[in-house]
Write a protein that binds this ligand. Structure first.
Ligand code: SF4
Ligand code: SF4
Length: 315
């Protein structure tokens, strides 16, 4: 794929934390899962491609087969999107045409106190289990005789998962800058497998979520760093439904996030469906609203310092 012209530089956790005075999250369980991802999962990104290629009768048929496999492996949502140059990080080049985007939900019961050690561990646990899904899905595609590449949810990805997931019909962008799925709400994570295996693509949805965000301001009210906007920003471009975007002020969000256990308060306070009216997805009794710990925010970071600059993601 030719060099993109309208995308941000590749995501760098190290540069991001350096820009806000370093990573100040110290949770043994989180660090153990991060090590496991690096040492156990990273080496499994590549593998042998079967020399005997399975004939594909139709892109629709193979897409159905891949989706069924992803669900069997534990995915909670899966969709296919065509990769456009703006979906590839600046300076990266890929040769694959399709992204199979996979989501795995996080448990609402782990976010009832937020930010908390429990919510931070749940984020990392889901990064790991979702990593397993995309690694095994890639192995399956290679067994059919087609090369593919793992784009891990927390790895050094070449592609931008969020715009691809929107194109694959996962939901709509919320005021808080995360995708809201009509059923799962905003509490989920994304990973992908990219390939040239001929697939049929999915399409964006309009479930009335973006329109609801224009009325509801729960995430804005509870964001401790005052990073979530009151109004949409016409200068930030349009989302996939043609709406002006909400632009989260990352110069305010990131310093708070890095000092407060990945914060994420905006996700559990979001009113969308993940609470199932005070039950977890698995029927586990929960609160309807989380207990929040909102501390005084650190000084915002100058938007000109070298850090990952989310508004450029064109989400
Ligand atoms: S993660 Fe926390 S600081 Fe960042 S936007 Fe959400 S609520 Fe605000
Ligand atoms: S809390 Fe309300 S405004 Fe914020 S993303 Fe969720 S639905 Fe939209």
């Amino acid at each position: 794929m030719s060099q993109p012209t309208n995308s941000p530089p590749a995501f760098s956790w190290d540069a991001w934390y350096a820009s806000v005075g370093g990573r100040q999250i110290s949770i043994d369980e989180v660090d153990a899962i991060l090590s496991e991802i690096r040492e156990y999962q990273y080496p499994k990104f590549d593998g042998e491609v079967n020399k005997i290629k399975v004939e594909v009768d139709s892109p629709e048929q193979i897409s159905l087969m891949i989706k069924k496999k992803a669900f069997d492996l534990g995915a909670d949502e899966v969709g296919v999107a065509l990769i456009e140059p703006s979906d590839v990080y600046e300076g990266r080049s890929i040769h694959e045409k399709f992204a199979i985007v996979v989501a795995k939900k996080m448990l609402w019961r782990a976010f009832q106190e937020s930010p908390s050690k429990e919510s931070a561990i749940e984020c990392l646990k889901v990064y790991f289990t979702l990593g397993e899904v995309v690694i095994q899905l890639a192995e399956f595609i290679r067994s059919l005789g087609y090369p593919c590449k793992v784009e891990h949810p927390i790895g050094d990805s070449d592609i931008l998962h969020i715009p691809l997931a929107l194109k694959a019909g996962f939901g709509e962008l919320g005021r808080h800058g995360s995708i809201i799925h009509p059923k799962m709400g905003p509490l989920f994570r994304l990973g992908s497998v990219i390939t040239n295996l001929p697939l049929s693509i999915d399409h964006p949805i309009d479930a009335g979520i973006a329109a609801f965000c224009d009325i509801c301001k729960a995430c804005r009210i509870y964001c401790p760093a005052i990073a979530i906007p009151d109004e949409r920003s016409p200068e930030a471009g349009k989302d996939h439904l043609g709406n002006d975007r909400y632009v989260v002020d990352t110069g305010r969000c990131f310093p708070y996030f890095a000092k407060h256990k990945y914060c994420s308060i905006c996700l559990p306070v979001c009113v969308y469906n993940h609470k199932e009216w005070a039950k977890d997805f698995e029927g586990h009794q929960t609160k309807l609203f989380p207990e929040l710990h909102m501390e005084i925010p650190p000084d915002p970071v100058d938007p000109d310092v070298d850090k990952h600059w989310y508004p450029k993601l064109k989400r």
